[in-house]
Ligand binder design. Structure first.
Ligand code: TYD
Ligand code: MG
Length: 500
């Protein structure tokens, strides 16, 4: 007789243990461990023949020169931002994982992608394991399938009749759908097959029999295989479903996009192996109280990582922000502009700072969007170089728009923003500042300077402060913009605020 084994797994992070714990020792969640029993012998033989991870459709032994290199063809999602973050579109046969907090807009985005495929006369299979088909239909209607969206209206009306702000709005957002007549709407709807199922075996059967051009699985945590004795969301279930989907994607060449939940710490829930198996991992993020949404590529076998897509969530779904820099700078708030590098493009962002005298011994330092440790270091260098004391000054730094800057190239802009507030300097600075600051106040060069300068030129800036070394090594001439090479932090301060 087969022996039964009991394990406990965490419903938050997927951690497995053989003994019950009140608190998960991996993610720290309380009372999140559930019991699962499975048949020891059965699962071992199953592992041998059925759940071998990384199994590919082809298993020929070839030398490198025998392998033919195919041009990677890509499928257009009709969303410029989603195409960008994928590296140019969806690769046939690829497995993509889209992770994000509940409510961020994963299902909305993927339904929009499905509708866009249908508009191009391609069939999509939408596996809705979490929501009923009625809920999906309501969302599709909301996404403007049958309605005229205000932005689409702006695009289609004669541009000369629009006010300046309406025109600017229409130029920076791409509508997710246009108005369709009844015939087109029914054509689009016919192309989307909705399957509210969570049994992975039935799902694989339907993919293989219908052979759609795209499969969307919402979500991997809701799928299960009744042959495995644990509940949906358990690590063994996730592993099994992901393996089966992976094998199907590779053998049929149909691309599959999977939705993945994330846990309290912002990591993808379930076993880490899920991220290793898939070709692309995308993370959907938002900041509280903001309608802006960002998708970052964390892993991409077919494109750059750290690429970022920017959207705005509106009443009728997600809108591509075609010129995010312009949107970020729509409301100037007296900070210093920085040209960041996100993937292959540059984004202009405003860094605000507030420096305020305090009577407390321990002044407050708060940073939003930049590393707090880095702010401490910049303050120390600023104090040493400029002879202003921050010992009894509270300092708050904020990146407008909710993007987290992961690069030190923003140091100069942070330092100038803090200094500006400390001086109570109220004039607007019409400059872009780029540069890393070394411990002795030297300005160090940064990568991709030309992309950053291009973005500043595009947005109409007239002056950039940049590392002197970057300026010396520039291969290209830039017209209509003054480039000021900076060697030392104090030089930048003198340039911007005048010599003291
Ligand atoms: P949803 O796609 O269900 O999120 P997820 O699948 O990541 O959990 O998005 C839900 C949120 O998006 C919900 O709070 C309402 C909002 N939303 C809009 O603002 N506009 C829309 O057109 C839609 C469909 C949703
Ligand atoms: Mg959802």
């Amino acid at each position: 007789m087969a022996k039964t084994k009991t394990i406990f797994y965490c419903t938050e992070c997927g951690y497995e243990t053989s003994t019950y714990l009140g608190r998960c020792s991996s993610c720290g969640a309380w009372d999140s461990l559930k019991e699962a029993r499975f048949d020891k012998v059965k699962s071992k033989s199953k592992l041998d023949k059925d759940t071998g991870l990384f199994l590919r459709a082809e298993s020929e032994l070839l030398t490198l020169d025998q392998i033919k290199e195919d041009e990677i063809s890509r499928l257009d999602t009709l969303s410029p931002e989603f195409n960008r973050v994928l590296g140019g579109g969806i690769v046939p046969g690829s497995l993509t994982l889209l992770g994000g907090q509940p409510g961020v807009g994963k299902s909305t985005l993927l339904l929009q992608v499905a509708l866009n495929f249908a508009k191009q006369n391609q069939q999509v299979l939408y596996i809705s394991a979490e929501e009923s088909s009625k809920q999906l239909k309501i969302r599709a209607t909301r996404l403007g399938l049958a309605m005229k969206s205000p932005i689409a209206a702006l695009h289609s009306s004669s541009q000369s009749s629009l006010t300046e702000s309406q025109l600017r709005y229409a130029q920076t957002r791409k509508p997710c759908s246009e108005r369709f007549d009844d015939k087109t709407v029914s054509d689009i709807q016919e192309k989307i097959l909705v399957y509210p199922e969570s049994d992975i075996r039935a799902i694989i059967d339907v993919i293989e029999s219908k052979e759609p051009q795209l499969v969307i699985v919402d979500s991997i945590q809701a799928l299960y295989n009744p042959d495995i004795d644990s509940v949906p969301g358990a690590p063994s279930q996730i592993k099994d479903s992901a393996t089966k989907l992976m094998r199907t994607a590779k053998s049929t060449n149909i691309p599959i996009i999977i939705v993945g939940h994330i846990n309290k710490d912002g990591d993808l829930a379930g076993p880490k192996i899920l991220e290793h198996m898939v070709d692309t991992v995308l993370q959907f993020e938002s900041k509280q109280d903001s309608s802006l949404r960002f998708i970052r590529s964390i892993k991409n076998r077919f494109g750059n990582t750290n690429e970022i897509a920017v959207y705005e969530m509106q009443q009728e779904g997600l809108k591509d922000l075609l010129n995010p820099s312009q949107v970020f700078l729509e409301q100037k708030s007296g900070g210093v502009i920085f040209a960041s590098k996100e993937g292959r493009r540059s984004l202009l962002l405003e860094i605000q700072a507030l420096a305020l005298n305090t009577n407390y011994h321990n002044p407050r330092r708060l940073a939003n969007g930049v590393d707090l440790g880095r702010v401490h270091q910049i303050l120390a260098i600023l104090e040493k170089q400029s002879k202003i004391s921050f010992a009894s000054v509270d300092v708050y730094v904020n990146v407008v728009g909710g993007i987290d800057l992961g690069e030190t190239a923003s140091d100069l802009a942070v330092a100038l923003a803090i200094y500006k507030s400390a001086l109570n300097y109220t004039q607007n600075l019409d400059i872009v500042a780029i540069g890393e600051i070394g411990l002795s106040g030297e300005i160090r060069s940064v990568t991709d300077i030309e992309a950053r300068i291009n973005e500043a030129v595009k947005l109409g800036f007239k002056k950039i402060l940049l590392p002197a070394k970057n300026l010396k090594n520039l291969n290209k001439k830039f017209e209509g913009i003054e480039l000021v090479g900076i060697d030392k932090l104090i030089e930048a301060i003198d340039r911007v605020f005048g010599k003291k």
